[in-house]
Design a protein around this ligand. Sequence first.
Ligand code: ITT
Ligand code: NA
Length: 211
Amino acid sequence: MLHYVTTNAGKVREALQYLADVEQLDYDYTEVQASDLGPIAAHGAREAYRHAGEPVLVDDAGLFIDGFEGFPGPYSSFVEDTLGVETVYRLAESELEEPRRASFDCVLAYCDGEGFEATPDPVDRDDRTVAAARGAEQDDEETEALPVKLFRGTVRGRIVPPRGEGGFGYDPIFEHEGTTFAEMSSEEKNAISHRGRALAKFGEWFAERTE
Ligand code: ITT
Ligand code: NA
């Protein structure tokens, strides 16, 4: 059984549209500090696999606002819990000119303790943070050696005043081609979203792997 590692029920709802045979594993892995999602997800997948002893898929995502040099990015979860989504919108509104472009990124990291052609260790924009991520993994040499495969998805959009009741997190303030993610059904969101794109890539690879 494949475990979808997240504490976020919204992510699971979306993943279930791609992967029938998954179960949520509500495990809060250590989020190492990095300016890119890749090392965070890779580290999380190794840790979650060691915890579960069964195949795991970690989902790390973030909202990257162009005019804020990618903020909140890897800190999206912390910023949602502290400032809140509405405040992120108001910050963007007061500091940035329209069209306030942004991306949603998602990195899925798969680990099952077996060998396959793993993704080379992700290169971070900031070498020091990668070194820190590696340092964290070096706590356990066996864990560090576990192969991890990464699948990325991204979608471009704009930061707008909150609209819509669906989705979760930053969905109400992220508009893609005139519609916010919170105004879409989960099918519509999945068809174009960062997570949907990453899940489609993973689903294809995983189907071949388990044939
Ligand atoms: P897990 O780490 O347990 O999976 P999380 O919600 O903390 O749950 P992240 O670390 O990936 O997830 O944090 C990403 C933040 O971005 C968090 O505040 C989410 O609510 C938000 N987020 C992630 N995917 C999103 C999406 O598709 N739409 C809107 N917000 C999203
Ligand atoms: Na998190």
